[in-house]
Structure formats: structure tokens, C-alpha cells
Design a protein around this ligand. Structure first.
Ligand SMILES: Cc1cc2nc3c(=O)[nH]c(=O)nc-3n(C[C@H](O)[C@H](O)[C@H](O)COP(=O)(O)OP(=O)(O)OC[C@H]3O[C@@H](n4cnc5c(N)ncnc54)[C@H](O)[C@@H]3O)c2cc1C
Length: 455
């Protein structure tokens, strides 16, 4: 793909116009390119990628956020990249989740044996976990859907699962997936996350896993980081892009897409894909059709989740393993990952890059949150880490455009089509299961199949 200016655009030479070049827009463009289509991406910012981003700071390569890529073996994100990038990217799986509750460390148990040995609670807590764990592991997707309008906390309370340590660990796990506490997360999404299934598995399979356990983590990092992945994606796309090109209006005429306007330039086209967040679409859609305006208004109330990541470049290796750690206490929960243990090229030789992340705390300044992140848990449980910092870098952003809360689960998303024929929407707020990049990739797959049906 080549960068061009607005003056150079001849919209008739493209098969599809894409408004916004975040993960959703770029992955749509990648899949369309593989089918021989040519695209034009109009991007508001001065670079492509949106919140999918990676860059260098003082010799360390950081990603926007932690970027634990979920479903590396079975998900849409890895599927798209493995299919369309040659050679395919190399993913490194992590060695598991570790939850620390005060002085004790454990993972989320995946079998009866593990529950009975769970170090984080006493016998009463273990028995409670056994009951609720068995229920979740054997629950079918159809039953989970019944809980889409209540919170996970309400679900747990309705089942008598009230052991506080268990709830705290669940909270830490669900925070990462849904970006909200269990009192706000949709029970349906939380249950799916805990069962860890994209595809519905058989009840027998669930029981087998429950009895025998499963150490199959399907999450990891990509060698080369996000920066490299985005660069390769952009190189592979067939077409052009314009930066600093905010799409100001998308025009509808007689129920069909008529084109879009950017800085006084109007480009006509029959097919437009919008990766613009749904919350800003009502101001962008130019239509007198009440059905169209109601549609975009209805979907503009998505609640984003906000994350903060503190990157620490250490002048020696302190942690040095591929575990994903969560400090459950002291609350708020924090995730700690040694990224350079996955890919040593992101830190200078003999040094370490560590990421610490948590959800943004409402009402606190960035500096206050950094203090919280460096606070007692880090000093106490990772001694030496704070004494060896030679690079410190903080990022804040929305992590996904739609939190997985009751009323906004993947069952409550608009999908790729709009009431305007020829206008499609893509991004984490439009469709798809999973979280983050996985969700953006699912939505891109949905748009591509809708487009293929309509071309
Ligand atoms: C702190 C943090 C941690 C994260 N951690 C993970 C993780 O561990 N695992 C994971 O899988 N994912 C993670 N993610 C999430 C993942 O990066 C995002 O969910 C995904 O990249 C969002 O893609 P999107 O297509 O929805 O859109 P966006 O990134 O929102 O892209 C939208 C694009 O449209 C552009 N745009 C907006 N308005 C206009 C306009 N009017 N005209 C033209 N262009 C416009 C924007 O500039 C942007 O480029 C994290 C993100 C962050 C920030």
C-alpha cells in the first residue's frame, strides 16, 4: 500500500473505500487484497493502526497496551495474519496465568484435582469453587445466553458462590477480558471467557477437561511486536492510504451509499467500510432517512474500556520468564508481564522490558495511577524491580470501543451491515466475540463476507 495525498485520489480506481485504518479497517483491507480487490484507506490520524500500535522508546520496543493475543491457535486475528502474511507471524505462548492473593499464588484451576489443591482459599472456598466451576464448565452456550442481561456478580450470588477470594480472582480475570469489574461485566461474557470457548464444545468434552484438566493456554505474544505486524499488514494490502484525512461526512442517497467527504473533497463510491467508532457516527452520517439516523443513534452508546500501561526498561533481568502475573491484592488488580522474555529483541542485550497494566481508575490523574501501579504490591512481591529502572513510559487509551457489559455483549452488536446499502461498519464495537484484536478481526471477517455477498 502506498501513501498518497487527497489531491491524488481517484476513487473510481478502488473497489472499496475504508474510513479509518485501525485494526478493523486494516484487517478488512488485508483480506480484501488477498481476493484481488484494491482499497483506499482514509485515516484521520498521522499514522495507521489506531490503538493497534507499537514503537520504540530509548532502545526498548513497546506496544500500545500489553497485547496478550488471545486465541493464537484458533482465533480470527491469528487466522487472518497466518492466511495472508507470508511468512506467517511467529507467536510465542505464555506459560500460564499466576494470580497472587497476598502471600499465596495460584492459577485458575481447570480440573477437579486442581480445585482440591487450590492454594488461594481454604476447604470451604474450594468446595464452593468446585460447585460453581462444574456448573460453568458443563454449561452450554445456549444457557449462557440467558444471562446476557445480568452482571457476573449477580450470577455468582444467585448460585451462592460468594467466597471473597474466589470473587477477587474472578474479578481480576474478567477485568482483563471485559475491562470492567464483575459487578458490571455481563454474566454471559464472563461465563464464556471462563469456559474459554469460541466454538461450542460438547458436554462430554467439557466434563473430560474438568476431570482431567487442561493446560492448553491459547494466548501469547508475537515476535517482532505490534509495530512489525502492522508494517507487514500495510505492506501486503493492495491499494493506497491518505493520512490526516478525517472523514467528515458519509452521504446516503435513496437508501444507498453515495460517498464521503474529507476536507472539502467528496469521493463517490458504491462500497464504503467505516472503522470510525460508532459513538461519533451520528455526526458523520449525512441522511434525511429517520431509519438510518435512528440506527446510528441507537448504536452510539457503546461504553469504551480504558487501560493504563506502565512500561519499565530495566538495566538487568529481574523477572525473566513468560508468565502472566496478576496482583489480585492489593486491589486494584495489576498485570505484570516480562515482554522481553518472549521476544528478546524488544530490549537491549542483558536488559529486560516489563509491562505493568491496570484499568484506568476514574478520578485519578496519570501520575497518581502510576504511583498506585508502583505501590506496595510491586515493591513487596517483585523486589529489585523498581531499583533497576532506566526507562519509564506510560500509555493511556481506550482498550476496546465497547465493554462487555449487560446489553452490550456480542449478542447486542449491530453486525457489519447498516440500513444504508453499500455502507458497512467494522471495529470492536460492531460485532464479534473475543476481546481486543480478536474482536476487531472477527468483525473484519464479518464485513468481508457481507461485501462478498453484495459485490
Ligand atoms: C491499553 C491497551 C491495551 C490493549 N491490550 C490488548 C491486548 O492485550 N490484547 C488484544 O487483543 N488487544 C488489546 N488492545 C486492544 C486492541 O488494540 C483494540 O481493541 C483494537 O486495536 C481496536 O481496533 P478497532 O478497529 O476497533 O479500532 P480503533 O483502533 O479505534 O481504530 C479506528 C481508526 O479510525 C480512525 N478514525 C476515527 N475517526 C475517523 C474519521 N472520522 N475519519 C477517518 N478515520 C477515523 C482512528 O484514527 C483509528 O485509526 C489493547 C488496547 C489498548 C489501548
Amino acid at each position: 500500500m502506498h501513501e498518497i495525498s487527497l489531491d491524488q485520489v481517484d476513487s473510481s480506481t478502488y473497489d472499496v473505500l475504508i474510513a479509518g485504518g485501525g485494526a478493523g479497517g486494516l484487517l478488512t483491507a488485508l483480506a480484501l487484497s488477498a481476493e484481488g480487490k484494491r482499497v483506499l484507506i482514509l485515516e484521520k490520524a498521522e499514522r495507521l493502526g489506531g490503538v493497534w500500535h507499537g514503537y520504540w522508546v530509548n532502545g526498548y520496543r513497546v506496544d500500545q497496551g500489553l497485547h496478550v493475543i488471545s486465541r493464537v491457535n484458533h482465533g480470527a486475528f491469528a487466522r487472518l495474519l497466518n492466511t495472508y502474511l507470508t511468512p506467517p507471524p511467529e507467536f510465542v505462548l505464555h506459560e500460564g496465568w499466576q494470580f497472587r492473593v497476598d502471600e499465596k499464588v495460584g492459577s485458575i484451576p481447570s480440573s477437579i484435582g486442581e480445585v482440591l489443591r487450590w492454594p488461594l482459599t481454604g476447604w470451604r472456598g474450594r468446595l464452593g469453587l468446585l460447585r460453581i466451576g462444574a456448573k460453568i464448565k458443563t454449561m452450554k452456550l445456549e444457557e449462557m445466553k440467558k444471562y446476557k442481561d445480568i452482571s457476573f456478580l449477580e450470577f455468582m450470588q444467585s448460585r451462592g458462590a460468594t467466597n471473597q477470594t474466589m470473587l477477587d480472582v474472578m474479578e481480576a480475570a474478567i477485568y482483563l477480558a471485559a475491562g470492567v469489574p464483575i459487578s458490571e461485566a455481563s454474566a454471559y461474557e464472563a461465563l464464556r471467557t471462563l469456559k474459554d470457548t469460541d466454538k461450542e464444545s460438547s458436554k462430554l468434552g467439557s466434563v473430560k477437561r474438568l476431570l482431567l484438566g487442561s493446560s492448553d493456554y491459547d494466548e501469547g505474544y508475537v515476535i517482532g511486536g505490534m509495530d512489525e505486524l502492522i508494517r507487514r499488514t500495510i505492506d501486503t494490502i493492495n491499494g493506497d492510504y491518505v493520512l490526516n484525512a478525517p472523514v467528515e461526512q458519509i452521504h446516503e442517497q435513496n437508501g444507498c451509499i453515495d460517498g464521503c467527504t474529507v476536507a472539502g473533497h467528496t469521493f463517490s463510491h458504491k462500497y464504503v467500510v467505516s472503522n470510525i467508532p460508532l459513538w461519533s457516527m451520528p455526526e458523520i452520517i449525512d441522511s434525511n432517512n429517520p431509519e438510518v439516523n435512528d440506527f446510528f443513534k441507537q448504536w452510539s452508546n457503546m461504553k469504551p474500556t480504558h487501560g493504563i500501561t506502565l512500561w519499565l526498561g530495566l538495566n538487568k533481568v529481574i523477572i525473566g520468564d513468560r508468565k502472566n502475573r496478576v496482583l489480585v491484592h492489593p486491589i486494584p488488580n495489576r498485570w505484570i508481564v516480562s515482554i522481553s522474555s518472549f521476544d528478546s529483541s524488544c530490549a537491549p542485550e542483558g536488559k529486560e522490558l516489563v509491562a505493568v497494566a491496570m484499568m484506568v481508575m476514574p478520578g485519578k490523574s496519570k501520575e497518581e495511577m502510576v504511583e498506585v501501579m508502583k505501590g506496595n504490591g510491586l515493591e513487596k512481591y517483585h523486589p529489585g524491580l523498581l531499583d533497576h529502572i532506566e526507562m519509564e513510559h506510560v500509555q493511556m487509551s481506550y482498550a476496546t470501543r465497547a465493554a462487555l457489559i449487560p446489553g452490550q455483549t456480542d449478542l447486542d452488536r449491530p453486525g457489519p451491515r447498516t440500513p444504508i446499502k453499500g455502507l458497512y461498519i467494522v471495529g470492536t464495537d460492531t460485532a464479534g466475540s473475543g476481546v481486543g484484536l480478536q474482536q476487531a478481526a472477527q468483525s473484519a471477517e464479518g464485513v468481508v463476507s457481507a461485501l462478498n455477498a453484495d459485490f
